[in-house]
Design a protein around this ligand. Sequence first.
Ligand code: S3P
Length: 432
Amino acid sequence: MSSLNIKPIKHLKGNIDIPGDKSITHRAIILSSLAEGETSIENTLKSEDCLNTLSALKMMGIEAKFKENSLFICGQGIKGLCEPKDVIFLGNSGTSMRLLIGLLSAQNFYTVLTGDDSLKSRPMKRVITPISLMGGKIYGRNDNNYAPITIVGNSNLIGIDYKSSIPSAQIKSAVLLAGLYAQGITSYTEPISSRDHSEKMLNYFGAEIKKEGLTTIIKKTSFLKSPKVINIPGDISSASFFMVLAALIPDSLLLISNLGLNPTRIGILEVLKMMGASIEILNPRNQCGEPVGDVKIIGTKELKNITIDYKIIPKIIDEIPIITLAACLAKGFTKITGASELRVKESDRIANIVSELNKLGAKIKELEDGMLIEGVTSLMGNEVTSHGDHRIAMTLIIAGLIAKGETKVKDIDCINTSFPQFTDILFNLTQI
Ligand code: S3P
């Protein structure tokens, strides 16, 4: 298990490019495999999670090759997957497992999906329930909730009208992927908008899909057309670590180019602006159906406290650990509620971020569905651990650059699941 020793920095100026978006890369790999013809996925994120989705599809007969960051996938058509000869291992990747449950429930073959200890303890019933209503035959440990998951494919799924109580793009995407194959129409209503990359990309590949407010409606589709090229924008969730670092260092100046700015993902920009950071969007444009732009951040002397509740949580769901760090150094009390989903992410992110940042002198109180954070004037270096969670590892490394003295962050290999280039980009930018 690797660890990293970090000392504080005082200045930050520079331009960075962030690797491709994880959520969009997963979807591009899946839909390119189901389309007719070859698709070249540019700026593919080569992180462990995305590579796990790719190797699952390779086990089902898909041919794919990389040339640097371009991934060429030879699509086999919507009915072109074949039965894998072995159990599919998906590592740490909840997105891979949940999306594939949806897709594989509609095939005419049998699959078993498993993952690492963290993935095997994450709830899957939330996906299995709607898909079972469509006729899916999916089984798992502990009353069909945990991996290993067995899927006895059923090529006669039937469309449903489903109302979810959890705002989750993974559940929505699984139902939409099953809905591609299901007789008639499948409609999925979510309580609050979650990221809509699946909807955008299904539309880009020619599926019959439309949105009516919080409801997404998809029709059975017999053909997906390869757009030939998909360009993946930079991942705003990965960029958020650098944004908060810049926001916390007075007079810093950071330009991040080619970032995905989908409205369902830009909560981090809204939160940092509310806290008083100076953020500007430059060159807004559309790239393969997704909004993209460059983001300029200028550090301020002191951030302000804010209140975050359930309404914005889906838009910042992966950014809450790093937002918590920003709140630790903001003036006054910041309250985050409505975030109980954090307890079932790659780790219990509420418990773990509270315990680790408090070791650095933060004053955070754990709430059942969030945190109460009292701003402090500085953090103090100490030994902390990621608990095997990539977003906690990266938050703690950023905390170490802000804290006084030396910080040791243990168990940082997990960063490779989403952002293998993180430390290189950080070292180049900060010269530490
Ligand atoms: C993701 C959706 C989010 C997010 C995860 C990636 C996706 O999960 O936390 O990292 O790609 O669909 P939920 O929407 O299920 O909360």
